[in-house]
Design a protein around this ligand. Structure first.
Ligand SMILES: [Zn+2]
Ligand SMILES: [Zn+2]
Length: 71
């Protein structure tokens, strides 16, 4: 697998979109690993340094999923 940016051999893939990155282009971003619904609102388990390609742009605000509201 080659880097999406420069075609060098990749060392990892973006957690958000699946693109591959080499060591020069790998970046990290917080990633929501899991959501826990609760009485005072949902809590999220975050991975602070999930791999990111820097080319995709995950939304910083969460999209609501109405069908999960009544858990
Ligand atoms: Zn690269
Ligand atoms: Zn990406």
């Amino acid at each position: 697998m080659d880097c999406w940016h420069c075609r060098r051999t990749a060392v990892g893939t973006c957690r958000f979109c699946g693109r591959a990155m080499c060591e020069n282009h790998v970046q990290t971003k917080p990633f929501v690993l899991e959501l826990y619904p609760g009485h005072t609102g949902a809590k999220a388990l975050i991975v602070e340094d999930a791999l990111s390609c820097g080319a995709c742009s995950p939304r910083s605000t969460l999209v609501s999923l109405p069908e999960l509201d009544d858990v």
